[in-house]
Each structure stands twice: as structure tokens, then as C-alpha cells.
Design a protein around this ligand. Structure first.
Ligand code: ACO
Length: 440
């Protein structure tokens, strides 16, 4: 049997054969289905891309029903246990685990680029004391493009290589500077003798000591958290990265757009929302009352549910273990008890079972971040740092893919047509418009 789909158009009685490749039909093949020669042809309608593959990708594999996540074919569980973030970033970007020499060279290249131009500090100082660090990060990542005009040569492999190093290396520095700005503390320059994660902790927490020595348990926990967040195939921010970069804008501008997408409460901002939610619940005893509210559609149980995972989020399992290790060191976060109770009750509840709603990675990551002393505003920033390697990999794959073009979806137009311009004095104010215009 050939791998084709037969489609009969009941409007015309005509039948069409459409090839199926990789379990997918090409949406453009539908355009031949017309009622007359001047008919535009059929389009597929898929708001929010719930059933549309926008690319071919060899970076991240997810099987949402089985709870499987693999980077370049390597299971997330093995990477979280045995790899470091920087090695995983290499794997994600280049598609293979590095040899010792390749890893040394990669580590050197990233380390070499951790410093940012001194003027970046001036931008950061210009933000209000209470500016959201994610807003600062989005702004300063975008600003990097002005320091590296060579980045616009996106079709030049050598240029892509340098921007890859710069982006992965500089985002932690920008993130730490944003954090220190919020705290009113002096910026700490990168310490290139430390590991990628150790240096990040140093830039966050170094005070008057001549050398910051990261606690190995914390350094490992940060590595695991970073590995878990490094990529997640075509999520909202990866799609933003690809979409913006498809116009061949430079990778700093595209990464700023991706970080902006991550900022939203339904994406990377969810871990921040989880903590707000747990604080609002305040006590284990109030969990049933809140679960009832979420079921009635009054707000969402943040950190629950996922577009792809309909069984469990494998990252949530790993992160729970990391949480225990961190709590052994820094003390238990009292929010954990509320979270555990919330998870227990929700997982027994018909509403959540029926809709296949399970804890996602954000449900526990925020609790760890808070135990480590981070304010909630830093949570999406801590997500953006490791996701930078995923964004960069998605960008590199997109830009070298001959099947890709500038991203430009179609629409179903629902507005009026050919309406004659009405002079101002003849216009009537519609009641709805009046309500908007009324002073409050
Ligand atoms: N709490 C309560 N009900 C929920 C939740 C939730 N967290 N998530 C989904 N539902 C319900 C919806 O109301 C809907 O119910 P209905 O069928 O009766 O209308 C049903 O489950 C399906 O929900 P959708 O919104 O269609 O699912 P979608 O795949 O579009 O959304 C999303 C996925 C955005 C993650 C959603 O589950 C959500 O808002 N979760 C909370 C935010 C969150 O944790 N985001 C982090 C995602 S992971 C990440 O970005 C790293």
C-alpha cells in the first residue's frame, strides 16, 4: 500500500491523492483542492499549532504519552545524572557528545566570552531598582546585537560559531548582573577559573571574599536544573526564536524575542506563578478549597498540565530528587509541603485525571530556586540561561535547513470588505467604543 491519503471533496466529487511522509501531509498539498480554477484552494486551520509540524528537527525528541525526553537521542535521565550543563549544551548544539579535546576547546571558547562590554553595565544601571530581571535580560540580550554587528551575517558559518559562544557565555553574566542590580549590590565579574555553573553562582553571591568557592552540591544542582531546561523542541520560545530568525535578523535580536516569549506565565513564567499560588494557598489545609477553584475554571493550577506531556513530565521526576538534595543542604522550603499536598490531591482528582494534567518541570523548580534564596522574579531568568543553548541550536538548524523560508502563516479573514471611507463628522460612535473611551 502506498503511503498516501485519499481526500474526496464533496463539493465537487473529486478525489485527490496526497503523499504521507513521516506520518505527515504537506499542508501545501491541500491547495490543489479547489472548486474552480480561480479558487484559492484549501488551507489547514491550526491556531496555536496544535497539530502542525513547522520543521524537521534532530535536536530534541519528546514522546508525550510515554513521558520520554531525549536530547539528540540521549535520555534526559542519563544526561541529568552523568553530564554537565556545558557538555549537554555542546551535545544540543553539535548533535554529538564531545571528545575530551572538543569539550576542552568548547569550555575554553565559552569561558573566553563570559565578559560583557562595560557599557552593558550602564544600561543595567539605568533600570529602576525594582525592574523585573527578566525584563532587564530581554532588553540587554537584544542590546548585544549593537555590540556585535558581525552577527548579522547569519549565513556565515564562522560568524554563527562566534555568536553561539557569545550567547551561551554572556547570558549568565547578564542574568547575574540583573540580579545584583535588583539587590543594589555591585556587579561581580566572571571568574573564568570556575566551571560554567560555579562561575554563575560566584557572579550571584560573591561578597568580599577574594575567591568564591561554590558548594559542590549546589553546583551540581544548578548543572542538573540547567540540563533539564536546555531544550524542549518546538515550544513557544523556540518557535519565537525560529520565527524571528527566519527573517534573517541577528541571533541576539531573535534570542531576545525567544526570552520575551519565555517570560509569559504560561511558559517560563509559570514557575514564578507556582510560588505566588503556593503563597496564596498558604497552608496545607486550604489545598482542597483551591483545587475546587481551579476545577471550576477560576484560575489554573500553575505548574500543572503540558501541551505535549500527557502522562508525566520526566523533568519533574528528576527535579524532585534534586530538590531533596538541595533541601538537605539549605533546609526544607515550607512551600514543599503545600506543593506535595497539592500534587497528591490533584493526582487523585477526576478532573485532573481526565484531562491528563500532571506536574510539569515548573512545579518543583521554583521551590528549589526559592530555597536557594532567589526572589521569584529570578525564576524565569534561571530558565532562560540554559535554554539559550536550545534556542541557539534551533536557530542554527533552521538557518541551514533548505526547506525553511521566512515564517509567514496564513489567516482566515473575518473582517469586512470594500467599505467606503467615512468622513469624521458622519461617523457614529458604537456603544462598545464609547465604553472604552469613557474616562475611568
Ligand atoms: N489547571 C486547571 N485546568 C487546566 C490546567 C491547569 N493548570 N491546564 C489545563 N487545564 C484544563 C483546561 O481548562 C482545559 O479544560 P477543558 O477541556 O474543560 O476546557 C483542559 O485542561 C485542556 O487545557 P488546554 O488549555 O487546552 O491545554 P493546552 O495544551 O493548550 O495548555 C498549558 C497547556 C498552557 C501548559 C496549560 O496546561 C496551563 O496553562 N498550565 C498552567 C501553566 C503552566 O504550568 N505552564 C508551564 C508549562 S511547562 C513549560 O513551559 C516549561
Amino acid at each position: 500500500m502506498p503511503d498516501t491519503l485519499s481526500i474526496t471533496d464533496n463539493r465537487t466529487g473529486k478525489t485527490y491523492e496526497v503523499p504521507i511522509t513521516d506520518g505527515t501531509i504537506h499542508a501545501i498539498d491541500l491547495r490543489q483542492i479547489k472548486t474552480s480554477p480561480d479558487d484559492f484552494g484549501i488551507m489547514s486551520y491550526d491556531p496555536a499549532f496544535t497539530n502542525t509540524a513547522s520543521c524537521r528537527s534532530a535536536i530534541t525528541y519528546i514522546d508525550g504519552d510515554r513521558g520520554i525526553l531525549e536530547y539528540r537521542g540521549y535520555p534526559i535521565e542519563q544526561l541529568a545524572e552523568r553530564s554537565t550543563y556545558l557538555e549537554t549544551a555542546y551535545l544540543i548544539v553539535y548533535g554529538k557528545l564531545p571528545t575530551q579535546r572538543e569539550l576542552d576547546e568548547w569550555t575554553h571558547n565559552i569561558t573566553y566570552h563570559t565578559f560583557v562590554h562595560e557599557n552593558i553595565k550602564k544600561f543595567l544601571e539605568g533600570f529602576r531598582y525594582d525592574a523585573h530581571p527578566m525584563g532587564m535580560l530581554v532588553g540587554t540580550i537584544g542590546a548585544l546585537s549593537t555590540f556585535y554587528p558581525d552577527a548579522r551575517h547569519v549565513l556565515d558559518a564562522e560568524s554563527r560559531e562566534v555568536q553561539t559562544h557569545r550567547l551561551i557565555a554572556k547570558v549568565p553574566t547578564l542574568a547575574a548582573f540583573a540580579y545584583r542590580h535588583n539587590r543594589g549590590m555591585p556587579f561581580v565579574y566572571p571568574d573564568n577559573e570556575l566551571s560554567f555553573c560555579g562561575n554563575f553562582l560566584s557572579m550571584l553571591w560573591k561578597m568580599s571574599e577574594s575567591k568564591y568557592r561554590p558548594d559542590p552540591v549546589l553546583e551540581r544542582a544548578v548543572n542538573v536544573l540547567f540540563i533539564l531546561h536546555a531544550d524542549h523542541e518546538q515550544n513557544c520560545s523556540a518557535n519565537a526564536m525560529r520565527s524571528v530568525a527566519s527573517s534573517r535578523s541577528d541571533p541576539y535580536s531573535a534570542t531576545a524575542a525567544a526570552a520575551a516569549a519565555l517570560y509569559g506565565p504560561l511558559h517560563g513564567g509559570a514557575n514564578e506563578e507556582v510560588l505566588h499560588m503556593l503563597a496564596e494557598i498558604g497552608d496545607k489545609k486550604r489545598v482542597p478549597e483551591f483545587v475546587k477553584k481551579f476545577k471550576s475554571g477560576e484560575g489554573r493550577l500553575m505548574g500543572f498540565g503540558h501541551r505535549v506531556y500527557k502522562n508525566y513530565d520526566p523533568r519533574a521526576k528528576i527535579i524532585k530528587r534534586t530538590a531533596d538534595e538541595v533541601f538537605d543542604l539549605v533546609g526544607r522550603n515550607p512551600m514543599l509541603d503545600i506543593a506535595l499536598e497539592l500534587e497528591r490531591i490533584a493526582l487523585e482528582d477526576e478532573y485532573f485525571i481526565e484531562r491528563k494534567l500532571y506536574p510539569n518541570v515548573d512545579f518543583y523548580s521554583g521551590i528549589i530556586y526559592q530555597a536557594l534564596g532567589f526572589p521569584v522574579e529570578m525564576f524565569p531568568v534561571l530558565f532562560a540561561i540554559p535554554r539559550t543553548s536550545g534556542w541557539v541550536a534551533q536557530w542554527r538548524e533552521m538557518i541551514t535547513d533548505p526547506e525553511q523560508k521566512i515564517a509567514r502563516p496564513r489567516q482566515i479573514y473575518t473582517g469586512g470588505r470594500g467599505i467606503d471611507y467615512v468622513p469624521m463628522e458622519q461617523r457614529k460612535t458604537a456603544p462598545a467604543a464609547e465604553a472604552v473611551a469613557a474616562p475611568r
